[in-house]
Ligand binder design. Structure first.
Ligand code: 3HC
Length: 311
């Protein structure tokens, strides 16, 4: 049965079709999807914190309502992705527990502080911009529920990127102090945003298998390059500079060359020693602990409803 399953699986992948929850799949395929989809979901949930801190400090009612909508979207992205992980046989509680106990990874970028209002713009423009560059190919991931979740996520991400751009554009065309605040935010978020695409291909243990199974469509460095090529002209339009003296158009390659990133910092952030790893996890744990009564009340209500139906 496993042999037949394996052949069928290989055929589906070779035909670039979808694997659905009820299809036979190799254990390692299931495992790498649970790994990536759950980390993706955790990233969305932890990613609510940097901007969430600014909802009550937004400079206008319009900015406040736009930011609230964006942060709510991220919660929804987390839920789509936890649901996609559940179709692989991993319970929601188990996945939450992995984040709660600090065992689970989530995107390194969210361990950096959002110090000023301009950071909210830089997060939207750079972090959500990188997320879109990474997530558009994931719409074609071979695992059905993951690819389909990405379609909805990408539609909302483009709004996230636009609102971030607009914040930076307003500031970079405002007072000298506002322009400086925008430049400072871009200076701090540029490097970590490029590292959202993962380590260099030569140090990416999952890429080869993930690409062979049509989960990852392009390598970490290919998508990182695509992102750099996209933001250079956008930074010019913003009237801001990117903090990379090696950034230069390379006619031969048809891409921008860019400088070496700090991979020691990256791996230490991934390991848990970034600027805010502990605070992000403590905040998540407190939110889950403080929200326990809501979950218990909802479960008690559901049990009562179910019992009433039986009578
Ligand atoms: N932060 C934390 N860990 C990272 C990382 C990052 N930026 N990049 C890579 N890693 C981890 C990987 O998870 C892997 O560890 P593991 O084997 O324990 O899972 C290790 O470093 C080696 O990396 P690989 O390149 O071998 O791993 P992948 O093939 O999984 O590629 C990835 C990494 C490109 C991030 C891929 O997992 C992916 O595409 N994930 C889905 C996209 C995602 O998670 N985006 C996060 C942002 S969500 C977001 O931005 C919300 C937005 O709306 C604000």
């Amino acid at each position: 049965q496993a042999r037949v399953g394996w052949e069928r699986f290989q055929e589906i992948i070779a035909d670039d079709k979808r694997i659905e929850p009820r299809d036979w799949m190799p254990d390692d395929y299931r495992k790498t999807l649970v790994r990536q989809v759950s980390q993706h979901a955790h990233s969305e949930i932890i990613g609510m914190q940097p901007e969430g801190n600014w909802i009550s400090r937004a400079p206008s009612l319009k900015r406040k309502s736009v930011l609230m909508a964006k942060v709510q979207d991220e919660a929804g992205h987390g839920l789509y992705l936890y649901s996609a992980a559940e179709t692989l046989g991993t319970s929601r509680d188990e996945t939450y527990e992995q984040l709660y106990t600090g065992k689970a990874k989530y995107s390194s970028i969210f361990n950096y502080p959002a110090r000023t209002w301009a950071d909210v713009g830089a997060v939207g423009w750079l972090v959500d911009g990188a997320a879109i560059t990474n997530q558009v190919p994931l719409c074609r991931a071979s695992y059905g529920p993951y690819g389909r979740a990405m379609v909805r996520v990408c539609k909302e991400e483009s709004f996230h990127q636009r609102q971030g751009w607009e914040i930076l554009y307003t500031l970079s065309h405002g007072t000298q102090a506002q322009k400086q605040m925008a430049q400072d935010a871009v200076d701090r978020f540029y490097g970590p945003a490029l590292q959202m695409f993962g380590p260099p291909d030569a140090e990416s243990p999952n890429s080869q298998q993930s690409m062979a199974w049509n989960i990852k469509r392009f390598s970490n460095d290919v998508l990182r390059q695509r992102f750099v090529d996209m933001i250079v002209p956008q930074a010019e339009a913003l009237g801001l500079t990117l903090p990379d003296p090696d950034l230069k158009w390379n006619e031969e390659r048809g891409h921008y060359d860019y400088g070496e990133l700090d991979w020691d910092e990256f791996f230490s952030v991934v390991k848990g020693d970034g600027p805010l790893n502990h605070q992000r996890l403590a905040h998540y744990r407190a939110a889950r602990d403080n929200g326990a009564w809501v979950r218990e009340a909802a479960a008690a209500y559901a049990d009562k409803q179910a019992a009433a139906q039986q009578d």
